[in-house]
Design a protein around this ligand. Structure first.
Ligand code: TXE
Length: 481
């Protein structure tokens, strides 16, 4: 049985406890590897290594830092097939998606920040003829990066790349549910010649290892992506310690469809925004609102295409819906489908666990599910399900649909479908979400600020925001007269 190892001070080592946790292949429902059951002792070793490496890494010419990071990205490209297969086995997602989204974006994240850091600018303010003020940005120190299970390598690199490019050293913890590709990445870091101690990866449980990272006094900036409940726990620990915090949390995103939309584009994209990654993307549009005059036609066609989605073995090229990430998560999703029925919802398609034949007989599969007949303010429409489950509801006016869209505690993303330019701007201004797509979904420019409002998080990642997050700033005023 393969043993995943921690990556501390440039070496792949066992946890101090020498204890391991089971790591499941969710498509088979079987244990296929072991993950270190690390603890605070391992985090402390990692922080010591990161501190020891900080001076050399933070003062290294940015071109040299960039070259090492770009080498890691090149090695991700080289091992593309291996990483995509590992991601699919670890997470349950179709390997086709790991190849089209997860792994390419992991390399892109690293390239984006490795090159961006070379063009980072700072500002100066000239006070007449009396003084020059300039802003000095320097790497903040040891950063803590904690990532979730839904887009494992994509989000792991989205956290560590800006920190490393900014000149910070890092102590990182991927999700204990999907540790494999982060482990494989650490092997590529060694091969790329990343200096020892610059990146340290401590595998293990959130409340044990994650908590130890959050509370370690020498980790001064925390970048986290995960659930809102966990985000609040992290803030409760980090805020009194005055740590810098970037929290990318959950969402319950509205997908607003007007009757004048481009019907075919809206339909095909909405299938993706509803069921990609089995609905396990915080940006998925799980609440679909359709203008009443289009509601019947849209719903009928959407259900037909949902039924046509191939669900099953994630390693089959034709599979569109793979396994949910764990048995516990599958039970959570099924419990929400049961709740939807109790709240008066009508299941138009899906709603059940799927028994897949062959090697995946023990896997965690749930049918893509479409529900109508619910009120916008019921629990099913207010709480994050994070599975292949969407609700559809008609609306008559812009005011009504904005009220529905903004009725949850979340404010992460929204999609708007209309060919009316004024209305597109009007609704975009009215929706309380940090990321808004008009006539598209998940179209990303990495320079743009990325993050949510309300309970979807604090801080912005992406572009200069992420690089600045990992620096500390001082203003120097030079009196000239
Ligand atoms: O996330 P957690 P989970 C949502 C989604 C999902 C729910 C819970 O609704 O069902 O969150 O998912 C680490 N201190 N999203 O349980 O618990 C943990 O080990 C420090 C949306 O997977 O937030 C893992 O590495 N760290 C989200 C990471 O936090 C702690 C994507 C995320 O785990 C910790 C994933 C603690 N006390 C889930 N407890 C998105 N925005 O994309 C856990 N962790």
């Amino acid at each position: 049985m393969q043993k995943i190892l921690n990556y501390i001070d440039g070496s792949l080592i066992a946890p101090t406890s020498n204890q391991y946790l089971d790591n499941y292949n969710p498509a088979e429902g079987k244990i296929y590897s072991l993950i270190p059951d690390s603890d605070a002792t391992d985090v402390s070793k990692a922080v010591d290594a990161a501190k020891a490496a900080f001076l050399e890494w933070s003062t290294m010419p940015v071109e040299k830092r960039s070259a090492i990071l770009l080498k890691i990205a090149d090695l991700i490209d080289r091992d593309f097939e291996k990483l995509a297969l590992a991601e699919s086995i670890d997470n349950g997602k179709p390997v086709s998606q790991a190849k089209s989204l997860d792994i390419p974006r992991a390399a892109a994240n690293i390239r984006f920040y490795a090159t961006g850091a070379m063009h980072a600018a700072s500002e100066a303010h000239i006070t007449g003829v009396e003084a020059v003020n300039y802003t000095l940005r320097t790497p903040i120190g040891v950063a803590g990066c904690i990532s979730p299970w839904n887009l494992p390598l994509y989000l792991f690199t989205w956290k560590i790349a800006p920190a490393l490019a900014a000149g910070c050293t890092v102590v990182a913890k991927p999700s204990e549910i999907t540790p494999m590709t982060a482990f494989l990445l650490t092997q590529l870091c060694e091969e790329a010649g990343l200096p020892k101690g610059v990146l340290n990866v401590v595998h293990g449980l959130g409340p044990k290892v994650g908590q130890a990272i959050i509370e370690h006094p020498d980790i001064i900036a925390i970048s986290f992506t995960g659930g809102t409940v966990t985000g609040k726990k992290i803030a409760a620990t980090a805020a009194p310690m005055l740590k810098k915090l970037s929290l990318e949390l959950g969402g319950k995103n509205p997908n607003i469809i007007f009757a004048d939309c481009d019907f075919e584009l809206t339909l095909s994209t909405t299938i993706s925004s509803s069921f990609s990654n089995q609905g396990e993307i915080c940006l998925c549009g799980s609440r679909i609102f359709v203008e009443r005059s289009l509601f019947d036609q849209f719903t009928e066609e959407f259900v037909k295409r949902t039924k046509a989605l191939a669900i099953g073995d994630p390693l089959e090229p034709s599979t569109r819906i793979g396994a949910l990430v764990s048995e516990g998560h599958m039970k959570k999703v099924l419990s929400y489908i049961k709740l939807a029925k109790q709240e008066g919802g009508k299941i138009l398609t899906g709603g059940k666990q799927v028994a897949v034949s062959g090697r995946c007989a023990g896997g965690y599969f749930v049918e893509p599910t479409v529900i109508v007949g619910l009120n916008h303010d019921c629990r099913t429409n207010q709480e994050e399900i994070f599975g292949p489950v969407v609700t559809i509801q008609p609306f008559d006016t812009e005011e009504e649909v904005l009220g529905y869209a903004n009725s949850t505690t979340y404010g992460l993303s929204a999609t708007i479908w209309t060919e009316n330019l004024k209305r597109a701007h009007r609704i975009s201004a009215g929706v309380k979400s940090g990321i808004i797509w008009v006539n598209c979904w998940l179209f990303r420019d990495l320079r743009t600020p990325f993050g949510g409002m309300k309970q979807s998080g604090i801080g912005r990642e992406g572009g200069w925001d992420a690089l600045k997050f990992f620096t500390e700033t001082k203003n120097v005023c030079i009196k000239l007269s």
